[in-house]
Design a protein around this ligand. Structure first.
Ligand SMILES: Nc1nc2c(ncn2[C@@H]2O[C@H](COP(=O)(O)OP(=O)(O)O)[C@@H](O)[C@H]2O)c(=O)[nH]1
Ligand SMILES: [Mg+2]
Length: 297
């Protein structure tokens, strides 16, 4: 077009990195909504989830991934790693997220997995927590020496610092073309999936070390009743002792988990939710292929 040389770009952008560097927090910050659950614990993200950001000149289809799991060789972790590989298979740009304060052998393992022929942008996250900002330049140099990067951008996903610069660096590497999704879409996941994720997030955030890893959530029913959403969920745990912890004294723990999850659902869905959660013991679910498939892993 003679009088308008602005081009529109659109494409898929994988967000990868070791567990807990802030991938899901970054996805949420980039799209401006909380759709991918976050916590301090590895394995919080167990699914590939897409977050869409539409701007006048570009549409970004971000693909959040589980962190690459190297510690516990369960079938669940094998499936999580497969989800990462699949997310990488068909993207236009890869964002490699690291903690600016800590670059580890695990980070190097993830970097080694990334395809050679896809433009790579490094996001050095959590700069708000850096005690000594002078550590940043040597860190950038250390990472830049390992691979060819289109850009290395220090950011804070939590504070929203320099996300516009990160988006610009990504957009430069996206192919030109029209939007892939309607501009108002923010994710490819439905409310049913997100409801289960919010419950799992509260479990990951509220409970100590063992219980969350033994936990999975299914939504048994999701019904619209006028403006009200009626949701029935089952939380599977591995052992009876985990069930007792999860329910808590007088049912108090489960009540707190359900009420926080419900508040998140109401915020995102924009309407009242009635939530009913049951806890069931299912021994060995994380190594049971049929269960993993039923759970959508
Ligand atoms: N200080 C700080 N913490 C962050 C930042 N981004 C993420 N986090 C925290 O890091 C932890 C892991 O985040 P999460 O997004 O779940 O990491 P993921 O496993 O890579 O998806 C959570 O406790 C986040 O609140 C950041 O920019 N600054
Ligand atoms: Mg995550």
């Amino acid at each position: 077009m003679a009088d308008d040389d602005r081009v529109h770009r659109a494409g898929h952008v994988a967000i990868v990195g070791r567990p807990s560097v802030g991938k899901s927090t970054l996805l949420n910050a980039l799209i401006g909504a909380r759709i991918s659950i976050t916590s301090k614990k590895p394995q919080t993200t167990r699914h590939r989830i897409t977050g869409i950001a539409s701007e006048p000149d570009a549409q970004f289809v971000f693909v959040d991934t589980p962190g690459w799991q190297t510690r516990h060789p369960s079938r669940l972790n094998a499936r999580l790693n497969r989800a990462v590989r699949e997310a990488l298979a068909d993207v236009d740009v890869v964002v490699f997220v690291v903690d600016a304060a800590r670059f580890t052998a695990e980070d190097r393992e993830v970097l080694a997995l990334l395809p050679a022929n896809v433009p790579l942008v490094a996001a050095l996250n959590k700069i708000d927590a850096l005690a000594d900002k002078r550590a940043l330049l040597p860190r950038i140099a250390e990472i830049a020496a390992l691979r060819e990067f289109a850009a290395l951008v220090p950011v804070s996903a939590e504070r929203g610092t320099d996300l516009a610069a990160l988006k610009r660096a990504i957009a430069e590497k996206l192919p030109t073309g029209p939007s892939l999704y309607p501009d108002e879409d923010i994710t490819d996941r439905d409310e049913r999936f997100l409801a289960g994720e919010f419950i799992r997030e509260k479990i990951f955030r509220q409970l100590g070390d063992e219980v969350p890893y033994g936990t999975a959530v299914t939504i048994e029913s999701f019904a619209h009743d006028g403006e009200l959403r009626r949701i029935r969920a089952t939380v599977f745990v591995d052992k009876a002792s985990q069930r007792a912890i999860l329910i808590g004294e007088g049912g108090g723990r489960m009540k707190a988990i359900a009420s926080q999850a419900r508040a998140d659902m109401e915020r995102l869905f924009g309407g009242k939710v009635f939530l009913d959660v049951w806890v069931r013991v299912k021994r060995g679910w994380s190594d049971n292929e049929a269960m993993l498939t039923r759970l959508g892993y």
